[in-house]
Ligand binder design. Structure first.
Ligand code: SF4
Length: 417
């Protein structure tokens, strides 16, 4: 989209701002928020999003790059967050469609550049200036030629290469792969299991068996890697205490079966994301308790637990699920301590303020919905969403189907048990 956008911008640069907006809004994929206005019912529910001006497109469809290349670092410096690493994006999106996963749903279709024309030239470019290579992507090992890429990196001329890979899918890890990663300087393997409960893994469409998780841990250990990092999540729909206990039990079993391997659990709280099937699901109010329980069960048994801040997950949920009525809250929270308490205080202040007919159009919007409704409530799929006019790769009907299938699957699994 960018070439067309930039060419148009150059052509119209002398026009007044509003005319520029009206012309740029005609380019597929360009969203100009000020050309759209939300319509609210008398009780503050969003009922529609209308265009301002009849010739503005009523919806915006996300554009997708379909070439045989993805991104790679263009600046390599010791001052970067990851110093001196040449990052190469190996895949974009992920075909697994875990129901909460924005990285998969919003960037569909799954794309994997060819080894010879896409990946090798991208890797070679950076290796002229650094020996550190990072392979990135939502699920790098799902690249159909990933093993061939490792084989190519196995060449003598890469002897002093230091390779790191982002999280890998457990079912794709093999003994050969683990050994090749170890040979090129990888110290640990990271896999996302989400939960030790099969019910929850089925619910999120994880398609991952306990055997596959244990096998990948064993391959990591046999290859000489020193650590295994697992990603988990609490607060997913339908989760209860028994699911948390099953996660703790699985990790304890793993620890026993692979003694000597340093096991770490990075655990976050589920945050509903727009354009995923779980966008209608609120955060389970018990999440904080569940995070604490996992730490209590695992830490004394030699498993490191790295929980993501519960407070920040709730702030993320607020930003993720709100409409533009959250703008005055963001403005008010600015300069405060940036804690969940500050955000709640600012939200309450905006809800209680008399801001009708305010000169600032953002402040003359109706009051934002109740905190509980935004953060914890499950929304009906018929609800008009704040991003209703922005279209991702899948139609809303497909997202609703995935949402319903997941919840039905969880109900069936609960009944079986
Ligand atoms: S396997 Fe990982 S990247 Fe792929 S959809 Fe699931 S969570 Fe997302």
């Amino acid at each position: 989209m960018l070439p067309q956008f930039i060419d148009t911008l150059i052509e119209i640069k002398q026009l007044p701002r509003i005319e520029k907006f009206q012309i740029l809004a005609q380019i597929e994929g360009v969203y100009i928020p000020s050309l759209y206005t939300p319509i609210y019912s008398s009780d503050g529910q969003l009922v529609a999003i209308k265009t301002i001006g009849s010739d503005i497109p009523t919806s915006i469809t996300k554009q997708t790059w379909k070439g045989n290349t993805l991104s790679h670092s263009t600046v390599i410096t010791p001052d970067a967050v990851w110093p001196n690493i040449h990052m190469v994006e190996v895949v974009r999106s992920c075909p697994e469609l875990c129901r909460f996963c924005l990285a998969s749903y919003l960037t569909l279709p799954f794309r994997s550049p060819s080894l010879q024309e896409g990946l090798i030239p991208a890797v070679e470019k950076g290796l002229t200036v650094t020996k550190r290579l990072g392979l990135l992507g939502a699920s790098v090992t799902q690249h159909p030629e990933f093993l061939d890429l490792l084989n190519w990196l196995n060449h003598d001329r890469f002897e002093d290469l230091h390779l790191s890979v982002s999280s890998v899918r457990a079912s794709t890890v093999s003994s050969i792969m683990a050994k090749m990663l170890a040979r090129r300087g990888c110290k640990s393997l990271t896999i996302a299991i989400e939960s030790g409960s099969e019910k929850i893994r089925n619910l999120v469409n994880k398609k991952l068996s306990e055997e596959e998780i244990i096998n990948s841990a064993q391959y990591a250990k046999e290859a000489g890697l020193i650590g295994l990092k697992l990603y988990g999540m609490v607060g997913l729909p339908k989760e209860d205490l028994s699911d948390i206990n099953q996660t703790a039990d699985l990790l304890l079993r793993l620890k026993k079966r692979t003694s000597g391997l340093r096991i770490t659990l990075g655990v976050s709280t589920f945050v509903p994301k727009a354009h995923t099937p779980f966008q209608w699901n609120g955060v389970c109010p018990e999440s904080k308790k569940h995070l604490k329980l996992l730490a209590k069960k695992l830490k004394p048994n030699g498993i490191q637990v790295r929980p993501e801040s519960y407070g920040w997950s709730i702030i993320q949920t607020l930003l993720s699920r709100s409409d533009r009525r959250v703008a005055p809250v963001i403005a008010l929270v600015r300069g405060s301590q940036n804690s969940l308490g500050s955000w709640k205080k600012a939200y309450k202040a905006i809800q209680e303020a008399d801001i009708s007919n305010h000169a600032n159009p953002l402040l003359s919007l109706p009051k934002p919905p109740h905190w509980e409704e935004v953060i914890h409530q499950n929304w009906d799929t018929s609800r008009v969403l704040p991003w209703e006019h922005l279209h991702g790769p899948l139609k809303k009907e497909s997202l609703i189907k995935h949402h319903k299938d997941s919840l039905n699957q969880a109900t069936e699994d609960t009944q079986k048990n």
